[in-house]
Design a protein around this ligand. Sequence first.
Ligand code: PLP
Length: 406
Amino acid sequence: MSVEQVPVQRADFDQVMVPNYAPAAFIPVRGQGSRVWDQSGRELVDFSGGIAVNVLGHAHPALVSALTEQANKLWHVSNVFTNEPALRLAKKLVDATFAERVFFCNSGAEANEAAFKLARRVAHDLYGTEKYEIVAALNSFHGRTLFTVSVGGQPKYSDGFGPKITGITHVPYNDLDALKAAVSDKTCAVVLEPIQGEGGVLPAELAYLQGARKLCDEHNALLVFDEVQSGMGRSGHLFAYMHYGVTPDILSSAKSIGGGFPMAAMLTTEKLAKHLAVGVHGTTYGGNPLACAVGEAVIDVVNTPQVLAGVNAKHDLFKARLEKIGQQYGVFSEVRGMGLLIGCVLTDAWKGKAKEFFNAAEHEGVMILQAGPDVVRFAPSLVVEDADITEGLDRFERAVAKLTKA
Ligand SMILES: *Cc1c(COP(=O)(O)O)cnc(C)c1O
């Protein structure tokens, strides 16, 4: 028995959906690997990866089988009970990272909410009520709950919702002196993305993260890395902190960790985790068997030398071709990023026009992303085939050629 399906079109969006998104004119209906088909049967190459989420592309056999097997077993029991996929996935994350304890939730914002609450709780328990300040970076993005937009360094996301969460200072990213000036004994946490994603695909400098670690240690503050976008293989390492060799106290992971199934995690040490005692924090869906079964399959595939080495090789393919396109058409001043999170910074002549690149690319049959108005972003599957890279970038070049001729 199947549910009755009434025909729907893009125009219906404006009639029935809250208008907080402006989706593209076509509706994707099917995906396989790095290809997507829309309602009309048109095929597109997917370099957007659901915004750095579809880490193994669409319909990866290992993920489909993990999900369907679990779907026939057990979907949900709540956290009144634990479940086998959650425990197995937590063990895998603990084995693979600095972490000793894991809290599962459903989105990046929730993972960060948990991280920020934990940091404040630890400071409160150990040092009293005066140590609650959070230092974060301008232009950073940490999610859309009130706490996470308040910590995020983009006022356009936090203005207009009444009083913000207070006790948060924002400093320019990659500016160690500014960070030094902002951190004090009242600081409970420094929150950073090792690679600013939404802010324009901007990697941290090594000395900056090392300096942040040192400042935190000097002031009994916790270092929180938001790896919602940079984590789970995207940087070419399982987590970007491993590339830098700078270990946080708390790490948030989402997006790629579920490979397209809603899933997130906050990772931390045993010593800090104990401050989230029974009843202090929670979520109904967090760590449900379906999400964790998929998460297990994701980490099993991603955390292998072949896949991670492949990410770096594919990075080189993208970078070389994008730099060539940038030079030939005078559109990019820099191609930056790590692994398969790549940002093309628009030249002055094209500043503010990333959306035009997105639209032009879509017309040529390739899905890309922007990261703010000035950066064109690529976040494809980590196992995107080299032939798909070539085909997608051919289409992208045609789009750039048309755009610059127009
Ligand atoms: C996407 C993102 C978030 C928010 O994740 P949601 O799942 O949308 O809540 C937080 N931090 C970073 C760095 C992100 O890229």
